[in-house]
Structure formats: structure tokens, C-alpha cells
Design a protein around this ligand. Structure first.
Ligand SMILES: *Cc1c(COP(=O)(O)O)cnc(C)c1O
Length: 489
């Protein structure tokens, strides 16, 4: 038995058989690889391959001495070098049923928005150039007009994301002063956006009022003092306090703020622009403006269905102050974002168009029959492939039991935490491997498919699988299931 510290005879032999980095790089098989990636990268890759093997040998792993020849080692070096240049960001299929899935990139852009991004990327543009005057212009101007037209706000500004929008508002109006927030609204979103932390980095002083479940207008009233700069209302996007609750609506808050000369800011989170029955209870930008909020912030890539962005609308004087703050420069959006956002917002001019062209809205409003048909299409395609494979091998057992079931999907993106949308799923129960193994294999297919596991079944939710992706889901699943019948693909 090899000792824990001293390598045994077999290990010593293996270590001696390892070539040096220099010897490995000179392997004849690597000539083409050096030509492709350059000698520096290949030397680095050779070093990491040898180090990895040395560690494996010392750890007592079973290693075939034949694998240490120049051929197999050269192949490992080539693979390691190639992996450095492989894109790490990969398209995948979202079969989770969570529509605005932050970990999976939130919103898929509308075709119009994709085209606009490509155009903006491929050419110079009048990004900050006024074509009429022939001199410097402002990048904000490209997007202000349409946001103002759609929301009815006096002015608008777009920054990198909604977290930046909130930070900017706090820095411009609350720095060194007091900002009053209800204890029921001290939210954390996505693990890193926490109202108290954002407040601290803006150097605004947080003044908490009320309790977790009840905050009244009188609580705000009592807390307003000479140092109060802002009443901040935060939409509790990803949770709901139920039971004995009381919160102060934005119109009461705005009334109080205006009476006492304090700015009222409403962080809406998702921000809804379109009339969607499914989203009835999510606060809309129009409602917040009508209620009298001075400044409203919301995300571009949540329920709006556009690119990552933070949209700020509100009273002209406040928006101008925000535009002029040095921090706004550090949060400015890129031309591709502006192009995608403009194209997405253009679709909102005709609400029925927004519902069909913007994937996030289309997924949220897709009729039951269409969802069921897509789940059945997945199941039928999969059964056909599996039956074919079982027949060809003369085997009786199928690799999985396939079904179609009703299920519920979620909006995601921290919107409507309790809302469950009725959906249809294709369910897969593998016979020869565990459902966790199946899920793991599906993360390795090209493209990967991410489903959800429920009661030992893998569920593929039709709501978030794009209509053109059904074939790819079937191919990925049959590949993942067939791997267990010994036929490696
Ligand atoms: C999502 C959310 C944010 C953060 O928005 P990002 O666009 O992810 O930066 C801030 N506030 C609320 C209420 C949210 O729901």
C-alpha cells in the first residue's frame, strides 16, 4: 500500500516516466498546436498537464503507464490549450419554467432588439453626436423621448442596471443626509442587492421606520426631521409579508413628502409597462407616476423584456440633477444596450405587438393550449427516438418513462413571488440512472438543457422552451439517456 507521504515503488516509476515540460512541448504531435496557439500558451498548457498528472500519481490514482507516452500527453496538452480559447458563456435551453431567470440571463431579446444590437455594434453611429448641429450630442437623448412617450414622465435617464439607478438616486439626493425606509422594505435581492448596503455606499443615513409587518404614515411623519432628504419606497419584489400587515401606499407617501418638502423615490424592481392579465398585481410605472412619485427606478431586463439596464423616470429637475452627477458617467450604458432598449420599447407602442414579439411577455401570456402542445411535442419526439433506439438494440426496456403533466411555472426575476402560472411539462423518469445523473448529463449536452427535479422526475417546462428549441431538447435528452446503455456519444 502506498504510504501517505512517501511515494511507493509504483508511484516512483510513474513519476520517473513523466516527461519534462520541454520534452513534452517538443512532442511531434504538438507542431500544429504550437502553430495555432503560439509556443507560450502550449508551454503553459504542458506545465499544467504534467502538474495535474503528478498530483494524481502522488494521490495514488490508478494510472496506465501507456497514458504517459508522447501521444496521449500531447493530446491532453492540445485539449488544455484549446479550452482556454473556448467561449465560457454558452447559450442553453431554459426548461425550468422560470421566465425571468437571473442565473440564466433574465430576458431573451426580441428579434428587433437583436437586429438593433448587431447594427449598433457593426458601425460608427451618432451615439454622442448631434447630426443637425454637427457637434457633440448626448447619448441620453436617444432613449429619453420614447421612455417619456410611453410612461408620460417628464424626463428619463438610463443607467447600467436598477441597482445602479437606486445607488445614483441615493447618492444624488441622500448623501450625508437621512433617507427614511420602512422596516418591511429592507430587501435583499439576488444575494447582493441589499438596501442597507446600497444606502451605506451612497453615504446616505438609513432611518428605519415601522415594523417588519406594519408601517403607518404616522411612522414616516414622526421620523421626518431637518436632515431628511428622501422617503424611499422599495417594492418587495421577491417576498410577500402576509397576515396582519400594513404598508403605506405610494400616493400617501408622495402626499407627505410634498407637504414636507422631501423627495419621494419609488424603486419598482421589475416595472410593468404593458397590460398583462398575468401580472395584475405587479406595480406599474404608470401607477407610480400617477400616485405622485418624484423619481421611479426599474429594471430593463425583468418584466420589460429588454437588455440589462436601469431606467429612471420622473420630475424633470430631479432627472437633470441625476444626469449631471459624476456617478452617472460611471454608470452610463453602452451603445448596444441603448439600441436594444430603444428597439424593445418601440414594440410597446402597440401593446398586442409587445405581447407577441417580446419573448418574456409572450412566455408569460402564452395560452394553455399552446403550452400543452409544446409539452406533447417534446414527449412524442422523445418517445419516438427512445423506441427507435430500444428496437434497434433488440432490448425490451426503454431508457425512460415519458409523460406530459400539468404543472406551475414562476415569473422569476424577483417579481410576483407567490404567483404560480399554470403550465405544461414533459416529465422524464430515467430507468437505468438516477434523475440527478440525468440532470447532470443534460448540463453537458450542446446546448445544455436545464430542467427542474420534482418527486424523482425531471420536468421540462414548455413555458420557457422557445418554440424553435423542441428539436434540440429531444436530441439532448436522447443523448443523455442513451449514454447509460453503454453507447457513449
Ligand atoms: C431586481 C431589483 C433590483 C435590482 O435590479 P437590477 O436590474 O438587477 O440591478 C432593485 N430593486 C428591486 C425592488 C428589484 O426587484
Amino acid at each position: 500500500m502506498p504510504g501517505k507521504n512517501a511515494p511507493g515503488r509504483k508511484q516512483q516509476d510513474l513519476l520517473r516516466a513523466l516527461p519534462s515540460v520541454e520534452e513534452l512541448v517538443e512532442a511531434p504531435g504538438l507542431v500544429d498546436i504550437i502553430a495555432q496557439f503560439g509556443r507560450g500558451f502550449v508551454v503553459g498548457s504542458a506545465r499544467s498537464v504534467i502538474e495535474r498528472l503528478r498530483r494524481d500519481i502522488l494521490a495514488g490514482k490508478e494510472i496506465d503507464p501507456d497514458d504517459l507516452g508522447p501521444g496521449p500527453l500531447g493530446g491532453a496538452v492540445a485539449e488544455t490549450a484549446a479550452r482556454i480559447f473556448e467561449p465560457s458563456l454558452k447559450p442553453l435551453i431554459n426548461a425550468t419554467g422560470v421566465v425571468v431567470h437571473t442565473n440564466l440571463g433574465r430576458s431573451v431579446l426580441a428579434p428587433e432588439a437583436i437586429e438593433a444590437v448587431v447594427e449598433a455594434a457593426a458601425s460608427y453611429s451618432n451615439l454622442e453626436y448631434n447630426l443637425e448641429a454637427g457637434k457633440r450630442g448626448s447619448r441620453h437623448d436617444h432613449i429619453t423621448r420614447i421612455i417619456v412617450a410611453l410612461t408620460g414622465a417628464e424626463n428619463a435617464l438610463v443607467v447600467n442596471n436598477n441597482a445602479a439607478a437606486v445607488l445614483l438616486a441615493l447618492s444624488v439626493f441622500g448623501s450625508g443626509r437621512e433617507v427614511i425606509v420602512s422596516r418591511g422594505e429592507l430587501i435583499e435581492i439576488g444575494g447582493s442587492f441589499r438596501i442597507p448596503d446600497i444606502m451605506a455606499s451612497s453615504s446616505a443615513r438609513l432611518v428605519e421606520v415601522g415594523t417588519t409587518n406594519k408601517t403607518k404614515l404616522a411612522d414616516y411623519e414622526k421620523a421626518i426631521g431637518p436632515d431628511t432628504a428622501m422617503l424611499l419606497h422599495v417594492h418587495t419584489s421577491n417576498y410577500k409579508v402576509v397576515g396582519f400587515t400594513a404598508e403605506v401606499g405610494i400616493s400617501e407617501l408622495a402626499g407627505l413628502g410634498h407637504e414636507r418638502g422631501v423627495i419621494v423615490v419609488d424603486d419598482l424592481g421589475s416595472g410593468v409597462l404593458a397590460e398583462l392579465p398575468a401580472l395584475g398585481s405587479e406595480p406599474s410605472v404608470h401607477d407610480s407616476l400617477a400616485a405622485g412619485a418624484d423619481v421611479i427606478t426599474f429594471s430593463g431586463d425583468k418584466l420589460l423584456g429588454g437588455p440589462q439596464a436601469g431606467i429612471i423616470v420622473g420630475r424633470n429637475e430631479f432627472i437633470e440633477q441625476m444626469k449631471a452627477h459624476p456617478m452617472a458617467r460611471a454608470m452610463r450604458v453602452d451603445k448596444m444596450t441603448l439600441a436594444a432598449l430603444q428597439a424593445t420599447l418601440s414594440l410597446y407602442l402597440k401593446p398586442e405587438e409587445a405581447l407577441t414579439r417580446i419573448p418574456t411577455l409572450r412566455m408569460l401570456s402564452e395560452p394553455d393550449a399552446a403550452l400543452r402542445a409544446r409539452a406533447e411535442e417534446m414527449a412524442a419526439g422523445l418517445r419516438k427516438v427512445l423506441e427507435g433506439a430500444a428496437g434497434a438494440e433488440g432490448s425490451m426496456g426503454a431508457a425512460a418513462a415519458i409523460g406530459v403533466e400539468q404543472a406551475t411555472s414562476k415569473v422569476g426575476g424577483g417579481a410576483l413571488p407567490l404567483l404560480e402560472l399554470d403550465s405544461w411539462v414533459c416529465s422524464v423518469i430515467p430507468t437505468a440512472i438516477t434523475v440527478d445523473d440525468l440532470a447532470a448529463r443534460l448540463r453537458e449536452t450542446d446546448p445544455p438543457v436545464i430542467g427542474r427535479i420534482h418527486k424523482e422526475r425531471l420536468l421540462l417546462d414548455a413555458r420557457t422552451v422557445l418554440p424553435g428549441q423542441v428539436g434540440a431538447v429531444i436530441a439532448a435528452l436522447s443523448q443523455a439517456l442513451e449514454m447509460n446503455s453503454g453507447r457513449q456519444i
